[in-house]
Design a binder for this molecule. Structure first.
Ligand SMILES: [Zn+2]
Ligand SMILES: [Zn+2]
Length: 321
């Protein structure tokens, strides 16, 4: 997906829409109501969604695309690194190189004219319109050479990016998961009707609802966590710590903390700022499957500035970080 909104809409003359990606987003959204009919709504869909979000959203996007690739916040054995990237690809949020390039531009120009997705002037733009709007910057090799030079040498990442092959990996995961649904259906149920119904429920909850859920919670980090919440640090942007985005995303909603210390693997800086994605990294670290986990290092000029303007009180005598 070589999309790229140049700047926020207030300063742009209507850049063209990436029609195919817009069509995919609309189509997948239109399938969601099918998961809520009397025949397809199932209570096991809820834990399936929570697990699906953890695997594809938290391990794929939060950990793989964001903390590991974009910010080098931790290292893992190569097979695990590849696995996180594949989980990220299966979230249908673009190639890893495109995603990382976009996000590094966001950090460099947060809420400024060069920010690919600031919600400052238009919430919907910052939430999702930017994603299906063309941006010539990210179609140029120079931009990639500037923002992702460390990843351009990775053959696997280049392979995924060139010719949009990441889309075929995503499609393969849809086929595999759908086949697993059919297999389970016929293994668990005696009649063909029951087995097919299970396969349909599985497809809707394990693929469709999860994809839309992970899309929106990722986009809420860009939109809601740049609009609503409290700030631990006076960063040069509008990033906020938003508790409900943090809960939905397993930790990414503590976004003001993240802008203050982008490399830090943990995005929760105070005791109530729970970050399950980081808890998972810590667990891997204990068993030797993660190392070089970047600590929280807030620049001196941002430390001890002021307590949160809303939310729970600060921990007793515990400065952030
Ligand atoms: Zn941000
Ligand atoms: Zn970041």
């Amino acid at each position: 997906m070589s999309t790229v909104p140049a700047v926020a809409p207030a300063t742009t003359a209507k850049p063209p829409r990436i029609f195919w990606f817009f069509a995919v987003i609309v189509f997948v959204h239109l399938l969601v109501p099918l998961a809520f009919t009397p025949w397809t709504f199932v209570w096991w869909g809820v834990p399936a969604l929570i697990i699906g979000n953890f695997v594809f959203g938290s391990l794929g996007i939060n950990l793989g695309y964001h903390r590991m690739l974009t910010h080098s916040a931790a290292k893992f054995p190569k097979p695990l690194e590849r696995l996180w990237v594949i989980f990220g690809v299966c979230s249908l949020e673009g190639s890893p190189l495109w995603w990382v390039c976009t996000h590094r531009m966001h950090h460099q120009h947060s809420d400024d004219a060069g920010d690919p997705h600031s919600p400052k002037d238009d919430f919907y733009w910052g939430h999702m319109r930017w994603i299906y709007t063309a941006d010539p910057r990210r179609q140029s090799l120079e931009t990639y050479a500037k923002y992702v030079p460390d990843l351009m040498g990775d053959k696997f990442l280049r392979w995924l990016h060139r010719g949009e092959k990441w889309l075929f990996v995503w499609l393969a995961h849809v086929v595999l998961l759908t086949a697993a649904g059919f297999g389970l259906g016929f293994a668990l149920f005696d009649t063909t009707n029951d087995a097919l119904m299970f396969a349909a429920q599985w497809f809707l909850w394990v693929i469709v609802v999860r994809t839309v859920y992970v899309w929106h919670i990722t986009w809420f980090v860009n939109s809601a966590s740049h609009r609503w919440g409290y700030r631990n640090y006076e960063t040069n942007d509008r990033s906020t710590n938003n508790w409900w985005v943090a809960i939905l995303t397993n930790g990414e909603g503590w976004h003001n903390n993240h802008h203050a210390a982008p490399r830090a693997c943990s995005q929760g800086h105070r005791w109530w700022e729970v970050d399950l994605t980081f808890t998972f990294v810590r667990a891997l670290q204990v068993v030797g499957l993660a190392w070089d986990v970047a600590p929280v290092k807030v620049p001196a000029h941002l430390r001890d500035r002021k307590p949160p303007s809303e939310g729970p009180p600060p921990a007793e005598g515990a400065p952030p970080g």
